[in-house]
Structures are given as structure tokens and as C-alpha cells.
Design a protein. Structure first.
Length: 386
């Protein structure tokens, strides 16, 4: 706390987030283009600034100064408020995310519940954007976006709730929605070893929530001309991109905290008690590295994975991820009720992961049945005469 003034301390923390969010988006945009360029045997941005480091800054200036166009038949309130409904809840969700043991805006006892509740609001923003544009293609993209978000939001929520059910608390019990307590319970073994199936579900559903390959159908230009914000330009279009990258950071932070132990690592806490400076620096490096792991994974998926069909996308959520999520919830419930050790939890979750991998492989390898048209002569019941 700064100057023993909680109000000043809270305002300064909010200002740090307000400045860090746009800067992180500029940096992540540049890094993503570089990573994808390397995967595709290209150089990526190279023209503006040394090695193209100022390309994202130039793009930001262009979007800020570009003309803001609104269709004459569009609904004014829905069209103009939609970007805010998408961006603001995502930034608000960062309020309760602990970056370090003492670095957060507000440590809520129900922090995980708050993040899950707030992160579902952008669905309304996408529907508002498609409806308010008065464009049938934008409306179709909005409906696809809402269907995908709702379908994959359920497995993602169940995956993090499964971890919250078995998370160790300070008093030796199980079950907490406080992210700091969830991280503190991973001082020896991260939950990814005991909840491998939940980690798989969270990662796949996170890709769908971010519209990353292979789940980018709602916003793909080759599908529905760019999704629900096809009529947007300038700063309003940039706000949708801002929301996408902020969601990327949010899901990466959440995955690092819930499954990888956040700033925890064996013997790190002992080092922090002996030397506060060295311990804090090591915790910061661990948190940055684990979050970067998720971000880099999402970048690579965009460059390496092909796009699914819309029927494959929806079927994978409801027929594969959702049953596996319920299986993980039931297993965790049995562990909590009967007091089974974490080893049993890890074995049962691993078996579920093997089953999920087999179902995924079978769905990918399943051949697509294509009906070939019969020859004209066969359809007419006559032979072709020469």
C-alpha cells in the first residue's frame, strides 16, 4: 500500500492496468506477427523501425486517425455501444487477477467466480454488433460467434470449477474460489499433474473463446466476410481487436495461475523468506514464463492448425468436451467426499485424458462422406450416344 491510503493505492493500481493493457496489446501484436512469420518461413514486419518494432505503433496511429464510418440504416445505440460491451468486461476481469502475491487491484474471495461471470458478458456485445450493423452477413457472423462462445464457455467453466473443488486451502481443507489460495496450494506440485484432463479442456476451450485456429470460423473472412464487426472501421474496429488480445492475456494468466502454479515453484517460497528481493524477482520470472507459455501456444496454433467446419466445431464441444467435463466434475466430487489422495485424482484424470485424446483423434481421422453427382445419362435413364 502506498502512503497508507487505500484510495490512492487503488487508483494507482488502476492506472497501471490502464497503461499496461494497450501497451501489452501493441507488443503482443508485433510478437504474434513475428512468430507466425517464422513458422511460415517469412520475416514478418521489417519496414517500420528496427526489425519492424514500430509496425504495431504505426498501425495504432492509423486506426486512431482513420475515419469512423457508420451505416445509415444501422441502429445507433447498438452499433456504438457494442465495442464497449466487448472490451470493458474483459478489462474489468483483470481487476481480481493476482500477478504476484501482493500485486493485484483487489483480492476477492470469489475471484474465480467473478472472472467467470464477467468474461461471459462480451457475448452480448457480439450480438449487438451484428444486429446493430443492419447487415445480414454481420448478423449471421454474430449468431455463429454467440453459438461458439456459449458452447465452449460451458466446458471452460467446468474445467476451472473442477480445480476449485479440489484446491487445497490454508486450513487443510479443499475447495476455494480465491485465486491466491489456489496458487498457494501448488507450492509443491502444480494442478496440471492431478488435473490433466481439466487442463486439456481448458486449453482447447480457450482456443475457441479467443477465435484462434482451428476455431476461428465466426471471424474468418473466407466464411462470413469477417464476422459481426464487418461494418466497423477505425477506432471501433480496433476496440474489438483490443478485446481479443486482452482476452488472450486473461486466459493465459488464468491458465498459469490455476494449472501451472503461478509464481510458485519448489523451494521458491523458502528463497523468498530468506532473500525478499531475489525471491520476488524469481517469482516474477516464473509468472512471466508460465503466462508466455500459453501466449506462445495460442500464437503457434494460429499458424499451424487448419480451420474446422462449423458442424465439426459445434459437435466437438457438445459431444466430446462437455461429457469429459462432467466426468472430471464427478471424479473430483468423489475425491472430495471420500477423501481420496491426489494420486487417485491424477490417475482418473489421466484416464479421462486418454479417452478424450482417442475421441479427438477419431473425430479428426473420420473421413468426410461426399456424395458425387451421377452422370447425366444415368440420371436420365438413357445412354450417351456418340
Amino acid at each position: 500500500m502506498i502512503g497508507n491510503n487505500p484510495w490512492l493505492d487503488g487508483i494507482l493500481r488502476l492506472l497501471v492496468v490502464a497503461v499496461a493493457v494497450p501497451l501489452s496489446v501493441i507488443v503482443l501484436n508485433y510478437l504474434e506477427r513475428k512468430v507466425i512469420g517464422r513458422v511460415q518461413n517469412r520475416l514478418g514486419p521489417m519496414r517500420v523501425g528496427p526489425y519492424g518494432t514500430l509496425q504495431s505503433v504505426a498501425d495504432t496511429i492509423k486506426l486512431l486517425t482513420k475515419e469512423d464510418v457508420r451505416p445509415s440504416t444501422a441502429d445507433q445505440w447498438s452499433f456504438e455501444l457494442a465495442p464497449y460491451v466487448v472490451v470493458v468486461p474483459t478489462i474489468v476481469a483483470l481487476v481480481t487477477v493476482p500477478i504476484m502475491p501482493d500485486l493485484f487491484i483487489r483480492n476477492l474471495g470469489l475471484g474465480l467466480f467473478f472472472i467467470v461471470a464477467v468474461s461471459t458478458v462480451p457475448i452480448v456485445g457480439f450480438v449487438m454488433a451484428g444486429w446493430g450493423s443492419d447487415n445480414r452477413y454481420a448478423l449471421l457472423g454474430a449468431m455463429r460467434s454467440a453459438a461458439q462462445l456459449i458452447s465452449y464457455e460451458v466446458p471452460l467453466i467446468l474445467a476451472v470449477v473442477a480445480v476449485a473443488m479440489v484446491a487445497h486451502t490454508a486450513d487443510g481443507g479443499r475447495g476455494t474460489l480465491n485465486l491466491t489460495e489456489i496458487v498457494d496450494g501448488q507450492d509443491k506440485v502444480p494442478y496440471i499433474f492431478w488435473q490433466s484432463l481439466a487442463f486439456f479442456i481448458f486449453t482447447v476451450a480457450g482456443l475457441a473463446e479467443l477465435y484462434r485456429h482451428p476455431f476461428d470460423i465466426p471471424v474468418a473472412e473466407s466464411e462470413v466476410v469477417g464476422g459481426p464487426f464487418v461494418e466497423y472501421s477505425g477506432m471501433r474496429w480496433a476496440m474489438f481487436q483490443l478485446g481479443e488480445y486482452v482476452s488472450l492475456v486473461l486466459i493465459s494468466l488464468l491458465g498459469a495461475l490455476v494449472f501451472l502454479g503461478g509464481w510458485n515453484w519448489p523451494l521458491v517460497n523458502e528463497l523468498a523468506e530468506r532473500n525478499a528481493v531475489a525471491g520476488t524477482a524469481l517469482q516474477a520470472v516464473l509468472m512471466l514464463g508460465k503466462t508466455s507459455f500459453f501466449i506462445l501456444f495460442f500464437f503457434l496454433m494460429r499458424a499451424a492448425m487448419p480451420r474446422l467446419r462449423v458442424d465439426q466445431l459445434m459437435a466437438f464441444s457438445w459431444q466430446v468436451l462437455l461429457p469429459l467435463s462432467f466426468y472430471q466434475i464427478i471424479v473430483n466430487g468423489l475425491v472430495v467426499v471420500y477423501g481420496w489422495p491426489d494420486v487417485v485424482l491424477g490417475v482418473l484424470s489421466g484416464l479421462g485424458l486418454l479417452a478424450g485424446s482417442a475421441l479427438t483423434y477419431r473425430a479428426v481421422r473420420k473421413p468426410t462422406m461426399v456424395r458425387r453427382p451421377r452422370p447425366v445419362a444415368a440420371r436420365q435413364g438413357s445412354e450417351v450416344k456418340v
